[in-house]
Ligand binder design. Sequence first.
Ligand SMILES: [Zn+2]
Ligand SMILES: [Zn+2]
Length: 141
Amino acid sequence: MLQYRKMSTMPRLAKNYRLVFDVVRKQGHGRHLATADVFRLVKRRRVGIGFTTVYRALAKLRDLGLISEIHLPGADSAYYEPAGDAHAHFRCDLCGSVKDIAYVPSKRVVAQLAQSNAIEVNDVILSLHGRCVSCRERESA
Ligand SMILES: [Zn+2]
Ligand SMILES: [Zn+2]
């Protein structure tokens, strides 16, 4: 029986997705990888892989809910982390480091904001900005 081209390329695609997912997952929680970081780490394991493939895999994994994509003001790239509990992010204005902040606004507060503004809230994405511990220490030294 003839094998369709599509059937022979599908497993290769799945493999790439798995590889990209593995790289993000292995970084663990609290680590945030820029697109370029993911590409660099994936390339270590599969030298021939292209940037577009990695980029597409990240979008797919995000759509599947396996990883979280984070956009922070001032950052050139999105950041990726394994999907997990909701939290806020802190980004240092000086060095650009990103840190998890264990905070989610209470459901009651969000419900009040929704009611008083006559809106429906589907998602709350919170980011804090300022100077990180290292930058603060460097400045006071
Ligand atoms: Zn800093
Ligand atoms: Zn995070």
